[in-house]
Design a protein around this ligand. Structure first.
Ligand code: SF4
Length: 141
């Protein structure tokens, strides 16, 4: 398991090193799924990395959200609770201010690596963020 999680984090590092002009300003507009009508889909490795980061904040389970925002968006501060470990979809910026979504072909090799890790972890392919992280939280205990 640990090797797989290290590989997920390496994918995030490799994405950051791509010469793609994007600049996340932490506006968190993309974290309001009801408004954007886009929910990030996570492979299992991404979900476990996110779940572990969420647990590290001292929280046990995802809160209910009434406004359709990500359950890992802290309501009081408006910050992502797991920013350093946020999933791949949160890094490819479905956000006009950050430069718009990165073309899939530019990161296809990274997506394939996440899919390969999903297979190693017996995942079921990409799933909506809330479901994927909730299940991963149960799995990490
Ligand atoms: S994980 Fe963080 S960056 Fe991604 S949608 Fe949730 S709050 Fe936003």
């Amino acid at each position: 398991m640990q090797n797989a999680l290290d590989e997920v984090r390496q994918v995030y590092v490799d994405l950051a090193q791509r010469p793609i002009q994007r600049n996340c300003l932490r506006k968190t507009e993309c974290c309001h799924f009801k408004l954007t009508r886009r929910t990030p889909y996570l492979t299992k490795g991404e979900a476990v990395v996110a779940a572990k980061a969420f647990r590290a904040t001292g929280r046990k389970s995802l809160p209910e959200t009434v406004d359709g925002s990500c359950p890992m968006l802290q309501q009081e501060t408006g910050n992502c609770l797991i920013y350093e470990d946020r999933p791949f979809g949160c890094r490819t910026h479905f956000c006009a201010a950050a430069g718009g979504p990165i073309a899939r072909r530019e990161v296809l090799d990274l997506i394939r690596r996440l899919e390969d890790i999903d297979l190693v972890l017996n995942g079921n392919g990409p799933r909506p963020l809330q479901n994927a992280v909730a299940d991963a939280l149960e799995e990490v205990g």
